[in-house]
Design a protein around this ligand. Structure first.
Ligand code: GLN
Length: 474
C-alpha cells in the first residue's frame, strides 16, 4: 500500500502538520533505495529534492498564502523530458552526458506550483517499445512480479508510482506508452488530446503523435496535473489554444451517457479470455448504471498497427537525424572523416530497435516508395480520423481494453518484434486520431494478482467528461 494514493489527502495532511515535505521526500527516497533492484531510476536527484523540500517547508511557515497548487507533490520525470541543468538521455548512448539547456513547458508549469522532482525514470530508448527492455540501462521490473515487464515505453515512470517512490509520474505517449504501463502496473494513465499539453522540451519520437501524459494512483491527481500543464505555449505551435477547463473539479455525471465499444476489439483473436470477460463485465455495469451501451462496427482496426508504424517511423527517421555525433551527446572520436563520424556515432549510439525504425522510416519516405507507404498511410489516418469523428457524433465515450494480455515475462517478446508491435493494437488509435484516452485499473488477474486495465476514450477536447466519468467509475 502506498503511503498516499491521492494528492488531496496528502495536501491536507501537510496543512494539518501531520507530515511535511521533508518527511515525504525522506519516505520516497527510502522506497527508491529499497526498490533499487527494479531499476526504476536512471538518476535520483536526492540532494536537490531534500533541499527543495526544506525550502518548501520554510515557505509554508513564512508565506502560507503563497504555496502552489501542487505544494509538496513528489513526482518523477521520464528520461525524455528536459529539465534545465539536468541530464536527459532518452535511455540512449547517443545522448550520453547530455545536459538539458532548458526546462520543458509542462514540467516548468508544475515546478511553478511547487512540485518536487525526485529523479528521471528508465524507459525504452527514444520511447520506442512496449516493455522497457530496450534501454541502455537494462529493463525495469514490475513491482508486483519482478520477473515480468512493467510495460513500456514509460515503464520506469509506472513503477516509480507503483513502488511508492513518488506520488505521480510524467511519461510520454506516442502509441500507448503511458496507458499500457499503467495497465500493467495497476495505475491511472492519462494521454490528453493531441496538442493539449505543450511538447516543448519533450524529446521527439513522432511529432504528430507525441503527448506528455501522467501516471497516478487516482483520477483526481491526473486531472489536476493535466489541468496545470495544459494550454497554449509560444514555444510549441501545435499546443492548443482551446480553453483549459477545471478538470480537477470532477463534475458529477448526472445524465445518461451514450457509450460504445468496438465489436472488432472484443473479437480480436489474441485478446485473453479473462480480459474479454472483465471488459464485458465493465460494459454491462455501465448499462446497469443507466447509460446507453451499444457495440460499434469498426472494420479499420486491422489497419491501425501498420498505419501507426509507417507514420511514426517516418517521423522518427526525420526527428532523430539531429543526433549526428556533431551537436549532441556521444561522438565516436576515433574517426578521420566527417562521413565516418556520422556513421560510427549513429551506429554505436543508437540501439538495434531504434536503428531499425530509422531505416524503416527512411525507406517509406524514399522517392520510390513514398506513395506506396507514406502517402497511403496518411490517407488511412484520415479515414480513421473521419470515422472517429462520425462515431463521436453518436457516442460520448468509447470503452476498449488497454492490452490483450497481462504483463508478460521479461525476455518473452524481446526477440519477436512483430508480437511486440501487435501488442499495441488497442492503444494506438487515440494517437492516430488525436483523441484523449485514459487507462483505469479495473481489476486483478487470476494470474499472480497482476493488474488489468480498461481504456476510456472521449472526443477531442472532452477531457472534462473523460475525467468526470473515470472518477465516477473508479
Ligand atoms: N509501443 C509503441 C511503440 O513502440 C508506443 C510507444 C510510445 O507510445 N512511445 O511505438
Amino acid at each position: 500500500m502506498p503511503l498516499y494514493s491521492s494528492y488531496k489527502i496528502l495536501r491536507q495532511d501537510i496543512l494539518d502538520k501531520k507530515t511535511s515535505c521533508s518527511q515525504l521526500v525522506a519516505h520516497y527516497l527510502r522506497q527508491a533505495k529499497e526498490n533499487e533492484h527494479l531499476n526504476i531510476y536512471v538518476e535520483i536527484f536526492a540532494d536537490e529534492a531534500i533541499k527543495k523540500a526544506k525550502a518548501l517547508d520554510e515557505k509554508l511557515k513564512s508565506n502560507p498564502e503563497q504555496i502552489g497548487r501542487l505544494f509538496g507533490m513528489v513526482i518523477s520525470i521520464k528520461d525524455v523530458i528536459c529539465y534545465k541543468d539536468h541530464q536527459v538521455s532518452a535511455a540512449s548512448k547517443i545522448l550520453e552526458n547530455f545536459t538539458s539547456l532548458y526546462t520543458s513547458t509542462a514540467l516548468q508549469r508544475l515546478l511553478d506550483e511547487d512540485v518536487i522532482v525526485i529523479g528521471r525514470t528508465n524507459c525504452d530508448q527514444f520511447a520506442m517499445g512496449s516493455s522497457n527492455e530496450n534501454s541502455i540501462y537494462g529493463p525495469t521490473r514490475n513491482y508486483d512480479d519482478p520477473t515480468r515487464v512493467p510495460g513500456g515505453s514509460s515503464g520506469g515512470a509506472a513503477v516509480s508510482v507503483q513502488a511508492d517512490t513518488c506520488l505521480a509520474a510524467l511519461g510520454s505517449d506516442t502509441g500507448g506508452s503511458v496507458r499500457q504501463p499503467a495497465a500493467f502496473c495497476g495505475l491511472v494513465g492519462m494521454k490528453p488530446t493531441y496538442g493539449r499539453i505543450s511538447r516543448y522540451g519533450l524529446i521527439a519520437y513522432a511529432s504528430s503523435f507525441d503527448q506528455i501524459g501522467t501516471l497516478t494512483h487516482c483520477v483526481y491527481d491526473a486531472a489536476l496535473l493535466v489541468e496545470l500543464m495544459a494550454g497554449e505555449d509560444k514555444f510549441d505551435a501545435t499546443a492548443s489554444s482551446v480553453k483549459v477547463e477545471h478538470y480537477s473539479q470532477l463534475e458529477p455525471i448526472n445524465k445518461p451517457l451514450r457509450i460504445g465499444y468496438f465489436k472488432s476489439a472484443l473479437e480480436y483473436p489474441s485478446l485473453s479470455q479473462e480480459i474479454k470477460d472483465k471488459t464485458l463485465h465493465f460494459i454491462q455495469a455501465q448499462e446497469q448504471a443507466g447509460h446507453t451501451v451499444e457495440s460499434i462496427e469498426f472494420p479499420l482496426l486491422e489497419y491501425v498497427i501498420p498505419t501507426y508504424y509507417v507514420l511514426t517511423t517516418a517521423e522518427a527517421s526525420s526527428n532523430l537525424s539531429r543526433f549526428d555525433g556533431v551537436r549532441f551527446g556521444f561522438r565516436d572520436a576515433s574517426v578521420k572523416s566527417l562521413d565516418d563520424l556520422y556513421r560510427k556515432s549513429r551506429t554505436d549510439g543508437f540501439s538495434e530497435e531504434v536503428k531499425k525504425r530509422i531505416m524503416l522510416g527512411t525507406f517509406v519516405l524514399s522517392a520510390d516508395y513514398y506513395d506506396a507507404y507514406y502517402t497511403k498511410a496518411q490517407k488511412v489516418r484520415q479515414l480513421i480520423k473521419k470515422r472517429m469523428n462520425h462515431i463521436f457524433e453518436h457516442f460520448d465515450l468509447i470503452i476498449m481494453p488497454t492490452t490483450a494480455s497481462i504483463a508478460w515475462e521479461i525476455g518473452h517478446a524481446k526477440d519477436d518484434p512483430m508480437a511486440m508491435y501487435l501488442s499495441d493494437i488497442f492503444t494506438v488509435l487515440p494517437n492516430l486520431s488525436g483523441i484523449p484516452a485514459i487507462n483505469l485499473p479495473i481489476d486483478k488477474s487470476g494470474i499472480n494478482g497482476l493488474a488489468i486495465g480498461m481504456q476510456v476514450f472521449s472526443n477531442i477536447n472532452e477531457e472534462n467528461l473523460l475525467f468526470s466519468f473515470s472518477n465516477h467509475v473508479t
